[in-house]
Design a protein around this ligand. Structure first.
Ligand code: ADP
Ligand code: ASP
Ligand code: MG
Length: 241
């Protein structure tokens, strides 16, 4: 029995069938007597859509309001997933970043997590609930919504793993691990069984978006191993450690 964090990105939660697949991943760990925290991104291209709708109004939007808008996508996913798990007979509860709260600095659009109050999550886990947390968002000390930068749900997951002292952190995505190059662009790319934090940080900085750079930096700081796996195919992933 342990505390497991599972993070699912946009493709993995894109529609109703994919949400069911996410439920199955969570239920498998829950039925194995683990405490389960799920972190999710916005569905499919929701964040891109919000940005293009915003651009139709303003090419230089107010930074605070930009984050209020972008944070909506993840809130849709957490609620749908909680409703789905309950429909399947499992007790689940969703939280936005500000409900937890996940405290950040005030760099709108690229905020950094500075603290997480874990009490509510721990209490719900004690009550045997599956806890679902919105990725990519937080709140400043003065109460304003922030977002963590594109791809930032990975960072939410690592931060939660650190603050909750999770036993395992899985980042489920649409590829089955970290490769030497983007496997969708080069079919000869080689998959790593393990990769160091430093090498992964370098790759992320050079555009390997499979992991958000800040998430790997945080994983290194708190010594949190990240297991990158496919949501859709059952095989060994890559351990970033
Ligand atoms: P998610 O929505 O699950 O967060 P992302 O789209 O952010 O997923 O990241 C996964 C994508 O990262 C893959 O579809 C892949 O095309 C891309 N990618 C880029 N570089 C790499 C790499 N070196 N190894 C694996 N995937 C990579
Ligand atoms: N939904 C956000 C984005 O598209 C965060 C994430 O996917 O991790 O950038
Ligand atoms: Mg991503």
């Amino acid at each position: 029995m342990g505390l497991i964090i599972q993070k699912f990105g946009g493709t993995s939660v894109a529609d109703k069938d994919k949400l069911l697949n996410v439920c199955k991943h969570a239920i498998k760990e829950y039925e194995a007597n683990n405490k389960v925290v799920i972190v999710v991104s916005a569905q499919g291209k929701t964040t891109d859509r919000l940005i293009s709708e915003e651009q139709e109004i303003s090419t230089n939007p107010d930074k605070r309001e930009h984050d209020v808008l972008l944070s909506i996508g993840e809130q849709i996913t957490i609620s749908k997933l909680a409703i789905y798990l309950k429909e399947l007979g499992y007790d689940a509860i969703s939280y936005t970043g500000w409900q937890i709260p996940i405290i950040t600095d005030d760099i709108y659009g690229n905020a950094n997590i500075i603290d997480i109050k874990t009490d509510r999550i721990l209490k719900e886990l004690e009550n045997n609930r599956i806890v679902i947390v919105a990725g990519f968002q937080g709140i400043t000390k003065s109460g304003d919504i922030t977002t963590l930068g594109r791809g930032g749900s990975d960072t939410t997951a690592v931060a939660l793993a650190a603050y909750l002292k999770a036993d395992k952190l899985y980042i489920y995505t649409d590829v089955d691990g970290v490769y030497s190059e983007d496997p969708n662009k080069n079919e000869n790319a080689i998959k790593y069984d393990t990769i160091s934090y430093d090498k992964m940080i370098e790759m992320a900085k050079n555009g390997a978006k499979v992991l958000h750079t800040k998430c790997v930096e945080m994983a290194k700081k708190y010594n949190v191993p990240i297991i990158v796996k496919s949501t859709f195919v059952e095989n060994e992933g890559t351990i970033v450690k």
